[in-house]
Design a protein. Sequence first.
Length: 529
Amino acid sequence: MKKSTIWLLAGIMIIAFIGLLFLQVKYIQITMDSRDEQFEQSVKRSLYQVSRNLEFDQTLQYIEEDIIESEKQYTQYNRPQQSSSKSSVSRRRERWTSTNPDGSELTIDYDISTESIDSTEEPQHGVFISPGHGINTISKTSYELQQAFSKRYLHEKALQDEVILKIMYRASTKPIEERVDFRKLNSYIRSELLNNAGLSVPYSFQVVNQNNRVVYSTPGYPKENYTKKKEKAVYTQILFPNDPPARLNYLRVYFPTKGEYVFSELSFAIPSMIFTIILLLTFTFTIITLFRQKRLSEMKNDFINNMTHELKTPVSTISLAAQMLKDASITKSPDVFKHVTGVINDETKRLSFQVEKVLQMSLFDKQRATLKMKEKDANDLVVSVANTHDLKVQKYGGHLDIDLQAEESTVRIDEMHFTNVLFNLLDNALKYRKEDVPLRLVMKTWNDSGRLFISIEDNGVGIRKEYVKKIFERFYRIPTGNVHDVKGFGLGLAYVYKIVNDHKGTIRAESELGKGTKFIISLPLITQN
Ligand code: ADP
C-alpha cells in the first residue's frame, strides 16, 4: 500500500470520527436540554398546584370559622326582629391595619353586612318570584320551599362576601407560619410531584416570608450562596399569589438529584462514547502499525540488497581462488599457493561472520534468547574484551583506555552473548570512526543506585539527534552511514539491544554529530550477602 493511500485512509477516518463524536455530543446535549425542560415544567406545574391547594385550605378554614360566627349572629339578630319586621341587614364595622415596609401604618375601616330575611314576609327582591296567594296547597308548599332556599342562598352569599373580605384584608397580614401548616405543605409537595408530574425524587424546601427571612426549612436545603449547579436545581413558587405585592411569601424547593434524573435516560451515552473511543484507539493503532510495517518492508528490501552484495563478494572471491587452484596453466609456486589459500581463508571468515550476524538476529526473532547465565565480574569482562580489541584499535592508529570505577561488579550474564554485545559496540566504534582523527576509545564501569553501568565512548562521526532513537531498531541504518562506504545490515545494535534487555538491563546512546558517540549499558547487580 502506498504511503499516500494510508494517509488518505487516515484522513477520512479522522474526519468520520470527529463527525461521529460531534453528532453524539450534540444529541446528548439536546436530549439533556429537553429532559431538563420537561423536569422544570413538571415541577412548576406541581408547585403551582401546591400553592392552589394552600389557597383552598385557607378559604375553607375561613369559611368554617365564618359559618360558626355567622350562625351565632344569625340566631342573635333573628330573634328580636321576628315580631317587628321583615328583612334586616346587620352591619359590623371592622378595622384592618398593616405596617408598611417603611414603618408607617396603614389602616382601612370596612363594613361587613349580613342580610337576614324574615320568612313570614314576601321578599322585595328575592331570587324567586311569588306565584301569588292561595292557589292551592301544593303551590303554597313549593313557594315556601323556594322562600327557604332563597333565604339560604342570600345567607350563604353574605357569608362568602365576608370570607372574601377577611381573606383579602386579614389573611395577608397574618405571618405565613400561622397561615400554613408546614407538614401539610410537605405532603402537598410530595403528592403533587408524584400525582401531577410522576416525579418521585428527593427534595428539600424552605419557606421565605415577606421580609425575605427563612421561616421554615427542611434539613437538606442548601445554605445561602449556593453554586450555579445547585441554583439550577432550586425552583421558587409564590405562596398566596394574590396577596399584596409587598407581602408575598415564597416557597423554594431544591432537588439534589436533579442532575442524575436529567442524565438517567442518557445512561446509554456512556457506553456508546466508550465504544467510539475504543474504535478510535484501535484505528490509530492500526494506522501506526501500517506505517511501521511499511517502513519495515522498506528496510527489509534494503537489507536484502545489502546482504546479496555482502554475501556475493566473498563467494565470488572464493570461487575465483578455487578456479585459480584448479587451473593447470597457472604455476602454483608456494607463494602463490599461500596467497590464494590466505584469500580463501579470509573470505570464508568474512562470509561466516556475515552469515553469523543474520543468524544471530533470526534466532532471536521471536522467542527469548536461551541464555546461559553465570555470575561474572563485569570489570574482568571489560578488561578481557579491551585486550582482544586493543590490537585492532592500534592497527587504525587509535588508542583504547579503560576506567574501572565500579566497586561492586558482579553481574549475572551469559558470557558469550554479553561479550558479543561489547564486541559489536567496539566494532561499530571502529567502523564509524573519523578518517582524519586518531581514534580514541574509552571503556568505563561504575556503580549507581544499586546498578552496574558500562559505557563505551568513541570520538567517531557521531549520530544526528533525530536518528539516535532509531538505531536500535532492526535493519535500521542511518542514511549517512554509507558516506564512509561502511557496509552493514542494521542488525548489530538491534542484537545488542535485545541481549541487554534479556539481561534485565537497559542501553541508551548519547551522541553528537561530528563529535562522537557514547553507549551506556546498565545491569542489575548481584547483591552479595
Ligand atoms: P550496521 O552497523 O550494520 O549498519 P548497527 O545496528 O550496528 O548496524 O548500527 C546501526 C546504525 O547506527 C549504523 O548504520 C550507524 O550509522 C549507526 N552507528 C552505530 N554505532 C555507531 C557509532 N559508534 N558511531 C556512529 N554511528 C554509529
